[in-house]
Ligand binder design. Structure first.
Ligand SMILES: [Fe+2]
Length: 339
């Protein structure tokens, strides 16, 4: 199906959601055409439940501004990482809207651990929680959280490792039993900045949580989010490192890693990450993935970091979180949080 004269859309192979978009001709000309009329691409994005894969976007590596221009099509604000207390080493030198994910200096971000066997029948690594960990939606420790991320492969790892797994929160919500839908309808999760001693592992290990500044405080988020564009309901939650296991994971439920809240979170995450709801993104240099954080969760997978240097670029788009956030000041801005 044609999106416009230079973009073609097909279903994403092997997935029950998402679209594969092929660009013909020069990438900068395609971006210009989209700036003149972004609607067909946005419609495709939402029709596919918020996941588009665009291969062969190599031009972005030499023209990072193209990534920012593409990001602007998706919302009113592309986040400037100089203004979000992000460490400068993780921000692109000249384009501060780009967050760098890399395992080499100066970023030095290590990959997640390799899951323990048993692996799946064909020898591939499993996707489902809790065998696979690290499922999250970007920056849910802030209110309002960002809407959409664009993730671009500058230097990916070989196939079979360093993937990104995406799980469809809309399909996962739809597949819940009526009783579970009722149970989670008004439930709120407590999300927190990772690395502050409030993760499942830290609490289990008996670590003392770090003191938090007002703008770092855990944030409540609805477990069922209503999408502001499509009105579809989606499951919205994270697991180990981005939920607060001291007071949460859920408001009004028994806290801690052995409480009723933890049991429910395990049940929901196991359901959410079933292979039938998951797309496994194997990265090739020049791939761009656009994903909706309001309705998808994702997880990075293990790779051999000794043998492989990996460099990915990410932008985040914000400004349309939905009615549940109307009129809120930004929780992560120190002055706003203190006020
Ligand atoms: Fe992420």
């Amino acid at each position: 199906m044609k999106i416009n004269d230079s973009l073609d859309l097909q279903p994403l192979p092997g997935a029950t959601f998402g679209g594969l978009v092929r660009v013909s001709g020069a990438v900068d000309a395609a971006v210009e055409a989209l700036e003149a009329d972004p609607e067909p691409l946005l419609r495709a994005f939402y029709d596919c439940d918020g996941l588009l894969v665009l291969p062969n976007m190599h031009a972005i590596t030499g023209r990072p501004d193209l990534l920012v221009r593409l990001s602007r099509l998706f919302g009113p604000e592309v986040e400037d990482y100089r203004r979000t207390l992000t460490e400068r080493t993780m921000v692109h030198d000249t384009v501060s809207e780009i967050f760098i994910v890399a395992n080499r200096p100066p970023v030095n971000r290590a990959p997640p651990a390799r899951p323990e066997p048993p692996y799946t029948e064909d020898g591939s690594l499993p996707v489902q929680f809790p065998h696979r960990r690290g499922w999250h939606t970007d920056q849910s420790f802030r209110r309002p959280p960002p809407d959409i991320s664009l993730f671009y492969a500058v230097v990916p790892t070989p196939k079979g490792q360093g993937q990104t797994l995406y799980a469809d929160g809309i399909a996962a919500y739809d597949a819940l039993s009526p009783a579970m839908k009722e149970r989670v309808e008004r439930l709120e999760g407590i999300h927190v900045l990772p690395g502050k001693g409030r993760s499942e592992q830290a609490v289990r290990a008996g670590e003392t949580p770090e003191p938090l500044l007002p703008h770092q405080r855990p944030q409540r988020q609805p477990v069922v989010r209503v999408h502001p564009v499509t009105d579809k309901r989606a499951l919205y939650l994270c697991e180990a490192g981005q939920m607060d296991w001291v007071e949460g994971p859920f408001v009004g439920m028994q806290p801690g890693p052995d409480g009723d809240g933890a049991a429910l979170l395990y049940e929901l995450m196991r359901h959410f990450t079933q292979p039938r709801f998951v797309h496994v993104q194997e990265w090739t240099a020049g791939d761009l993935v656009i994903y909706d954080n309001r309705s998808l969760i994702h997880a990075a997978t293990w790779f051999d970091a000794e043998a492989n240097g990996r460099v990915m670029w990410r932008t985040t788009v914000r400004g349309n979180p939905g009615d549940a956030y109307t009129g809120e000041s930004r929780s992560w801005i120190p002055e706003a949080a203190a006020g």
